[in-house]
Design a protein around this ligand. Structure first.
Ligand code: SME
Length: 150
């Protein structure tokens, strides 16, 4: 995964506008990593997470999620990456796609503040490991630095 970081940096440079840049990055991630079946970026707006960019076989119904709800809400509240090996074992889980088996949600942190998150669903059980976490945390930081620094 880390070998994709130069391309992520390149896409950010090529796309000065945040919406286009985030769309380019989610499209890259989904097309280049086989176990990333649906990739989205949610941004915090008030007490909600609002879907900003996504790539996958189909749209999710969860375009706006209360920060009090879902694995997405949990990661935003904890300000920590949440990895779920078996989504059906989690009471908080908000189902989007019947195929999904595991999920990773990586907060986009600006200092102490969570301003959004990267959310990835996989059709493979326990698909996400240390490499995914480290890689995606770096991608999240690149996005924050490029598009959300104060
Ligand atoms: N499963 C997420 C909801 C978003 S979808 O995966 C696209 C959750 O539990 O918060």
């Amino acid at each position: 995964m880390r070998k994709l970081l130069p391309r992520v940096r390149g896409l950010i440079t090529e796309h000065p506008e945040s919406g286009a840049g985030m769309q380019a990055v989610v499209t890259l991630l989904r097309s280049r990593v086989a176990h990333y079946n649906w990739v989205g970026i949610y941004l915090v707006q008030g007490d909600k997470l609002v879907l900003e960019a996504w790539d996958g076989p189909e749209a999710t119904g969860h375009v706006s999620i209360d920060i009090g709800q879902g694995i997405c809400g949990l990661a935003a509240r904890k300000k920590e990456t949440v990895v779920v090996d078996d989504v059906h074992s989690q009471d908080e889980y908000l189902a989007c796609f019947p195929e999904t088996k595991s999920e990773i949600v990586v907060p986009m942190l600006r200092g102490e503040e969570c301003i959004g998150e990267i959310d990835i669903d996989s059709d493979t059980p326990s698909a996400f490991g240390k490499d995914d976490r480290e890689f995606l945390e770096e991608v999240a930081q690149l996005l924050v630095s490029a598009y959300f620094s104060l």
